[in-house]
Design a protein around this ligand. Structure first.
Ligand code: PMP
Length: 400
C-alpha cells in the first residue's frame, strides 16, 4: 500500500549532519547543528551532570514508575524558579502552572495545542527569520502562523522599526513568539530598552507573549541576565507563556527535558489551565520521561551542584564568545572585504554570517565546511584549530 509513497526531504538542519557524516575528508567541520563541542571537537557531558547521575544510580530507593502527566513536581517548581526568578511574585502567588515536557520542542507543541483549544485568537506571529521548526510546530498544533519583521540584512542587526510596525498592525489578542535570548538563527537580540518598548506595545494591544527559552545562560553566561526579557513581561502582572529547554544549558540534548510554564492572572485560573494541559498531554505521550528531569532537579536543588553548573555553563558561553573574537580577528588578518563586526556583536550559539546559499555551497564543496544554507554557523562547533580553515573559506567565498 505504500509503494507510491514519496521520499520526504531531509530536515534542513539535521540534514546538514547527514551530509557531514558522509564526507570522508579529514578537514570536514560541522557548523550546522546547534550542539556544543569542546575545543577538541567532542560532545560535552557536564561534570555536574555526571555527578547527579551517580547520585541517582546509587539511590536504591529510586524506581522506574510512571511520572504524573505533568511530570516531576520538583523539576517543575525549580524550572519556574530558574526562568522567572526565585523572588517572582507570580510564583509566590501560585499563578504559574508548569508542566514537564519533551525538551523545548515538546513544550512549544503542548503550549501551541493548548492555545489552539482554549484561546480565542488562533494567530501566532513568529519572527522572520526564526528557528525552522517553529512554523511547523505551531501549524500542526492548530494555530495560524504569521510573521513579524525581525532582522535587517543590511545592518545584520535588529529591524526594530519593522518589528514595531508589524506588532502594531497585528491582530489584537494574537500570540507573539519571542526568543527569550540568543535569537536563533540571527544571534540578534533587542536591548533592554527595546524589550521594554515591545512589552508596552504588546500589552497595550493585548498580544499574548510566548517565550521560547532554549539558551538561558548560554548567551551571556548569566542565567539571570538571559531571563531578563521574560521577567520584564511577568513583572507587569500579565499572562505569559514560556517554553524552556535544558538541551543546551545542561547539555541534556538527547534526554529531552524541558518545561512549559503558563503565568496566569490568579491561582484559581492556573489550576484550571493545568487541568486542561493534562488533557492535551495524556493522548500525546501519556507522561514524560523520568531520567533527565531527575538530573535537572538534583542539580537545581543542591546549592553546591547549582554553583558548579553555573561555572560549567559560563565556561561554555565563554568559549563561544572567544570563538567569535578569533573568527573576527582571523578575517581582519586576511583583509576579507566587508564589515564582519556582527560576528562579535551577535550573541549565543549562532552567527548569521550573511553568506548566501551559493557561497555556503562553495564552502561545503571546496572546504568541507557544513552549515545551513542561510549562512548560519554554530560557533559552538568551532575551535581554535578550525577557525583558520573557516576564515580561509569565507575569504575565498566572498572574494572569488
Ligand atoms: N527553540 C529554539 C530557538 C532552538 O534553537 C531549539 C533547539 N535548536 C529549540 C527551541 C528546541 O530544542 P530542544 O527541543 O532540543 O530542546
Amino acid at each position: 500500500v505504500f509503494s507510491n509513497i514519496a521520499q520526504a526531504p531531509e530536515d534542513p538542519i539535521l540534514g546538514v549532519t547527514v551530509a557531514f557524516n558522509k564526507d570522508q575528508s579529514p578537514l570536514k567541520v560541522n557548523l550546522g547543528v546547534g550542539a556544543y563541542r569542546t575545543e577538541e571537537g567532542k560532545p560535552l557531558v557536564l561534570n555536574v551532570v555526571r555527578k547527579a547521575e551517580q547520585l541517582l544510580v546509587n539511590d536504591q530507593s529510586r524506581v522506574k514508575e510512571y511520572l504524573p502527566i505533568t511530570g516531576l513536581a520538583d523539576f517543575n517548581k525549580l524550572s519556574a524558579k530558574l526562568i522567572f526568578g526565585a523572588d517572582s511574585p507570580a510564583i509566590q502567588e501560585s499563578r504559574v502552572t508548569t508542566v514537564q515536557c519533551l525538551s523545548g520542542t515538546g513544550s512549544l507543541r503542548v503550549g501551541g495545542e493548548f492555545l489552539a483549544r482554549h484561546y480565542h485568537e488562533r494567530t501566532i506571529y513568529i519572527p522572520q527569520p526564526t528557528w525552522g521548526n517553529h512554523p511547523k510546530i505551531f501549524t500542526l498544533a492548530g494555530l495560524s502562523v504569521k510573521t513579524y519583521r525581525y532582522y535587517d540584512p543590511s545592518t545584520r542587526g535588529l529591524n526594530f522599526q519593522g518589528l514595531l510596525e508589524d506588532l502594531t498592525a497585528a491582530t489584537p489578542g494574537a500570540i507573539v513568539l519571542l526568543h527569550a535570548c540568543a535569537h536563533n538563527p540571527t544571534g540578534v537580540d533587542p536591548t533592554v530598552d527595546q524589550w521594554e518598548q515591545i512589552r508596552r506595545l504588546m500589552r497595550s494591544k493585548g498580544l499574548l507573549p510566548f517565550f521560547d527559552s532554549a539558551y538561558q545562560g548560554f548567551a551571556s553566561g548569566s542565567l539571570d541576565a538571559d531571563a531578563q526579557s521574560v521577567r520584564m513581561f511577568v513583572a507587569d502582572g500579565g499572562e505569559c507563556f514560556a517554553a524552556q529547554s535544558y538541551a543546551k544549558n545542561m547539555g541534556l540534548y538527547g534526554e529531552r527535558v524541558g518545561a512549559l510554564s503558563i503565568v496566569c492572572k490568579s491561582a484559581d485560573v492556573a489550576g484550571r489551565v493545568e487541568s486542561q494541559l493534562k488533557l492535551v498531554i495524556r493522548p500525546m505521550y501519556s507522561n514524560p520521561p523520568i531520567h533527565g528531569a531527575s538530573i535537572v532537579a538534583t542539580i537545581l536543588k543542591n546549592s553546591e551542584m547549582y554553583n558548579e553548573w553555573t561555572m560549567e555553563l559560563k565556561a561554555m558561553a565563554d568559549r563561544i564568545i572567544s570563538m567569535r573574537q578569533q573568527l573576527f580577528d582571523a578575517l581582519q588578518t586576511r583583509g576579507t572585504p566587508g564589515d564582519w563586526s556582527h560576528i562579535i556583536k551577535q550573541i549565543g550559539m549562532f552567527t548569521f554570517t550573511g553568506l548566501n546559499s551559493e557561497q555556503v555551497a562553495f564552502m561545503t564543496k571546496e572546504y568541507h565546511i557544513y552549515m545551513t544554507s542561510d549562512g548560519r554557523i554554530s560557533m559552538a562547533g568551532l575551535s581554535s584549530r578550525t577557525v583558520p580553515h573557516l576564515a580561509d573559506a569565507i575569504h575565498v567565498a566572498v572574494t572569488s
